[in-house]
Design a protein around this ligand. Structure first.
Ligand SMILES: *[C@@H]1O[C@H](CO)[C@@H](O)[C@H](O)[C@H]1NC(C)=O
Ligand SMILES: *[C@@H]1O[C@H](CO)[C@@H](O)[C@H](O)[C@H]1NC(C)=O
Length: 338
């Protein structure tokens, strides 16, 4: 168990630098096509006083995040300037990583959805990543609408369905509350806590990760028929990644802009192929190879111990002191390497 703990700390240390790392302004770290995405409701199509958003188009889905980040900025002002400390940055940045690495395109390659040669900004419903991301995009957005912080009423927003499997998703506040009550409730609780004057950073992280975990619960499996379109390593990486997120959740990893941006340098820069074996992937950086090996080791340990490694990790991360130690290790390490 100590080995797991030290290994995990090592992974955290290796990945999460907290510096601007060469960027001269925060806007260089924004998700792909952030500036081009809709930033207010009036940028979307309106029909009978209802805003129509197409979450199967890259810019529209990003637009939901942009509105969310804009309208929550004031609650994070007390933690730092320029909205950098907004812990919701993790969501659009991960979505942007999926786009840049080809993970939102049609993995079956039956359509040109998501490819340069066809419609590069199309999001394929056959993409496992895109489907799972829906639960971390549409749901937090609609819950924010429901909680009143976006300034529109719940019956004023409708999302468009994908070309198939429409029953697997929900499209407005009322139907999402009906279909996914636990997930929506957890996001609502986060927004409620965020608005309370006594909210603190650690509490915000706790509520955010609770909602994040709830959104992912049973979600990957809901789209398991998509695995057939991927190589074995990519399928396993997807499954293993949802597991890793549980460990991140327990440590309440601070998903602020710079931290997430730095961490993403360790994520696989393209879809994994059958021949990819970490840490020997020649076109990956050593950080990317190390992170992927780390993902393997944590996943194997998890399975070998029948998930008691996660129970133990949660126990260890139960005190603010332990979580601080992890962040401290990270920051010290960076001080040394920088
Ligand atoms: C939010 O959006 C408004 C209007 O688009 C803009 O003026 C403002 O600067 C934005 N605020 C933040 C924190 O991004
Ligand atoms: C996922 O984890 C399993 C162990 O549970 C491991 O065998 C496999 O190599 C991992 N794959 C990736 C790509 O992380």
């Amino acid at each position: 168990m100590m080995a797991l703990l030290s290994f995990w700390s090592f992974i955290l240390v290796g990945c999460f630098a907290v510096s601007l790392a060469g960027a001269s302004s925060l806007s260089e770290l924004y998700p792909a096509l952030w500036e081009e995405s809709p930033g207010q409701f009036s940028d979307f199509k309106v029909e009978n006083n209802v805003y129509i958003i197409n979450p199967w188009a890259y810019l529209d889905r990003m637009g939901m995040y942009k509105i969310l980040l804009n309208n929550t900025a004031r609650y994070f002002e007390k933690f730092g300037p320029e909205n950098e400390q907004n812990i919701l940055w993790g969501l659009p940045l991960q979505y942007s990583w999926q786009h840049k690495t080809g993970r939102l395109a049609d993995p079956s390659k039956r359509t040109s959805c998501g490819y340069e040669s066809g419609d590069p900004l199309c999001i394929s419903v056959d993409s496992w990543w895109a489907d799972v991301n829906y639960f971390l995009g549409a749901l937090p957005f609609l819950a924010a609408v429901d909680s009143g912080i976006l300034g529109v009423s719940p019956d004023q927003v409708k999302l468009l369905p994908p070309p198939k499997d429409q029953m697997k998703f929900c499209y407005d506040v009322s139907s999402c509350l009906l279909s996914f009550p636990e997930k929506m409730t957890k996001w609502n609780l986060f927004y409620q806590y965020m608005q309370s004057p006594s909210s603190n950073f650690d509490g915000l992280l706790k509520h955010l990760w609770d909602a994040h975990s709830a959104s992912l619960e049973n979600t990957g499996d809901r789209f398991k028929d998509r695995y057939a379109y991927y190589s074995k390593p990519e399928e396993e990486f997807g499954k293993n990644w949802t597991l890793i997120v549980e460990y991140l959740a327990a440590s309440r990893f601070p998903t602020t802009m710079i931290r997430v941006h730095e961490a993403q340098k360790g994520l696989p820069p393209r879809i994994l192929l059958d021949t990819d074996v970490a840490p020997f992937i020649s076109d990956f950086t050593s950080l990317q190879n190390t992170l992927l090996s780390g993902v393997n080791i944590v996943s194997s340990t998890h399975k070998l111990t029948g998930s008691s490694s996660l129970t133990l990790w949660k126990l260890l991360m139960n005190t603010q002191l332990a979580r601080r130690v992890i962040v401290e290790i990270v920051d010290r390490f960076l001080f040394i390497v920088n």
